[in-house]
Design a protein around this ligand. Structure first.
Ligand SMILES: *[C@@H]1O[C@H](CO)[C@@H](O)[C@H](O)[C@H]1NC(C)=O
Length: 402
């Protein structure tokens, strides 16, 4: 195959999940749209480049030696969480044991043993594995969980807790069917274990955490939220994730009266919000939320909403409404009468609205200073299908481009 055709072929094989889930669009038109945006990114990036206009992926995925340069990923973050270094400069820790029999004295080789350590660690997986945790995985600071090169599922038990720690990268993990657990002792560092009350069964719970980056994860069907960011957490980027089959996807902000979340800054970029999602993509309280170049192919109630005067900037997203007349609105202003929420700064810029989708703007719009601070320049919404075509955990093979 000529290089042109082989790269076209690659792109088409990557986008097949979108072709399936965007069933209300004429597939032929979707293909034409992809061709157009592909040609456009080619023009922008130079011909036959591996780059697709996704600044995170373009930073590392063209490297066939990604496995030898794993920590390069830490330089590729964008958005408010861009300084999350994870386990950069730390040793590689290889998970060889998928068990989690003892949450107080975890065995060496388990995921839990790695995440509680005090020093920076870059955690990878020896082989494909399903890890059914016994209790929440309470992470210590300066850790990367890097699922590239294996198919890793954290599923069927409680999942990931990032509580009062910093500098966490979670990349390339399938997180699903998370369940509540607790009323048990759980270790959080080599020096400390403590009694945990019940956890809700979130996929990833960030509680008073900062500098956190969740990238290329596949999340679905948890007992509570897929990702919760609460209790004064900030400097967070949620990118390239693929979320499906869940009611309340992402919560940003603890409750309406929790003032510490006023400083919260979160970037939600290049994610695919897909089939079976109902609401909260995200639901925001207080804080500054930049929602950029995401693909929304299903929401049952609303996509972006919130209460307590959050500032929301929606840029370059693609919103495909369902055929249900009652769920065309992207937004939902909650917990206050219109006389109040009309002053909340929610704005939409360059979003692509399909099948009757509409965004109700309010306030004077987000201040440009904070959008700049988020550091993500929105690409045109026509590029969203290509930018998000590989959202979720990637199937990377060692020795080849991922
Ligand atoms: C909000 O959360 C804080 C901290 O958990 C709690 O003390 C407070 O009672 C909550 N407020 C409401 C209205 O639920």
């Amino acid at each position: 195959m000529s290089p042109l055709f082989s790269s076209l072929f690659l792109v088409f094989s990557f986008i097949s999940p979108i072709l399936v889930s965007a069933d209300r669009q004429d597939p032929h038109n979707v293909v034409l749209e992809v061709q157009r945006s592909l040609n456009k990114s080619r023009r922008n990036l130079g011909s036959l480049s591996c780059e697709i206009g996704n600044p995170i992926d373009d930073c590392w995925r063209c490297d066939p030696d990604w496995d030898k340069n794993r920590q390069r990923l830490a330089d590729c973050a964008i958005g408010f969480g861009k300084d999350a270094v994870g386990g950069k400069h730390g040793e590689i820790y290889v998970v060889t044991d998928s068990s989690d029999d003892d949450a107080v004295n975890p065995k060496e080789g388990t995921l839990r043993y790695g995440v509680i350590q005090d020093e920076p660690l870059w955690i990878i997986f020896e082989r494909d594995m399903v890890i059914k945790l016994k209790e929440e995985l309470i992470m210590n600071s300066f850790k990367t969980i890097d699922g590239r090169g294996a198919s890793v599922h954290i599923a069927g038990g409680p999942c990931i807790t990032i509580q009062y720690v910093t500098n966490i990268i979670i990349h390339g993990i399938n997180i699903h069917d998370c369940k509540p657990a607790g009323n048990a002792l759980v270790r959080s560092s080599p020096e400390h274990f403590g009694y945990r009350t019940m956890c809700d069964g979130d996929g990833v719970s960030v509680f008073g955490g900062s500098h956190v980056w969740v990238d290329h994860c596949t999340l679905s069907n948890c007992a509570d939220g897929l990702i919760d960011v609460i209790m004064g957490s900030t400097a967070i980027t949620l990118s390239n994730n693929y979320m499906t089959k869940h009611d309340k996807a992402i919560l940003l902000g603890h409750n309406d009266s929790y003032e510490k979340d006023k400083n919260m800054q979160v970037t939600v970029a290049f994610n695919h919000f897909g089939e079976g999602l109902v609401q909260r993509m995200p639901r925001c309280r207080h804080g500054y939320i930049h929602v950029v170049n995401n693909d929304y192919t299903e929401w049952g109630m609303y996509a972006i909403g919130g209460s307590a005067n959050p500032t929301i900037k929606s840029q370059g997203n693609r919103f495909l409404a369902s055929d249900n007349r009652n769920s065309k609105e992207v937004t939902k202003h909650e917990g206050a009468p219109k006389s109040e929420w009309k002053n909340w700064d929610w704005s939409s810029e360059g979003d692509l609205m399909l099948n009757g989708a509409y965004f109700v703007e309010s306030g004077v719009g987000a201040r440009s200073s904070y959008v700049k601070a988020s550091s993500v320049e929105a690409r045109p919404s026509s590029d969203v299908s290509i930018i998000t075509a590989n959202a979720g955990a990637l199937a990377c093979r060692i020795g080849a481009r991922c």
